[in-house]
Design a protein around this ligand. Structure first.
Ligand SMILES: C[S@@+](CC[C@H](N)C(=O)[O-])C[C@H]1O[C@@H](n2cnc3c(N)ncnc32)[C@H](O)[C@@H]1O
Length: 92
C-alpha cells in the first residue's frame, strides 16, 4: 500500500472536502463540547473540521498536522491554532 502525498493533493483536498454535519453532531453529543472545552484534532488536514467545531460550539481548538501543504489552507483565528506535528510527536 502506498502512502498518500497530502502536500500534493492539498489544494484539491481544500476545494473539495466538505464538513459533515453528522460528524459535528456526533462529536458534540459524544463529548458534550462547550465554550469551556479545549479540543485537539491530530491530523487535522486543512483544519476544516476543527474550524467548524469551533464555530458551532465556541470551544477553543487546536490542530496538529504534518503536511505543510494541508496546513497552508488552515483558517486560524483567535480560537483556533494549527501547528506542525504528528501523532508520534504532538507538540503539547
Ligand atoms: C484523510 S486526511 C483527514 C484530515 C482532516 N481530519 C479532515 O477530516 O478533513 C488525513 C490527515 O492526516 C494527516 N496525517 C498523516 N499521518 C499522520 C500522523 N502520523 N500524525 C498526524 N497526522 C497525520 C495527513 O497529513 C492528512 O492531513
Amino acid at each position: 500500500m502506498t502512502e498518500t502525498d497530502y502536500d500534493a493533493i492539498a489544494d484539491t483536498y481544500s476545494r473539495t472536502r466538505q464538513v459533515s454535519e453528522h460528524v459535528i453532531a456526533e462529536l458534540q453529543s459524544f463529548c458534550s463540547i462547550t465554550t469551556a472545552s479545549r479540543v485537539l484534532e491530530v491530523g487535522c488536514g486543512t483544519a476544516n473540521l476543527i474550524h467548524a467545531l469551533v464555530d458551532c460550539t465556541g470551544c477553543a481548538g487546536w490542530g496538529v498536522e504534518p503536511s505543510e501543504g494541508m496546513r497552508r489552507h488552515a483558517r486560524v483565528n483567535s480560537r483556533l491554532n494549527v501547528c506542525r506535528g504528528s501523532a508520534d510527536c504532538i507538540p503539547f
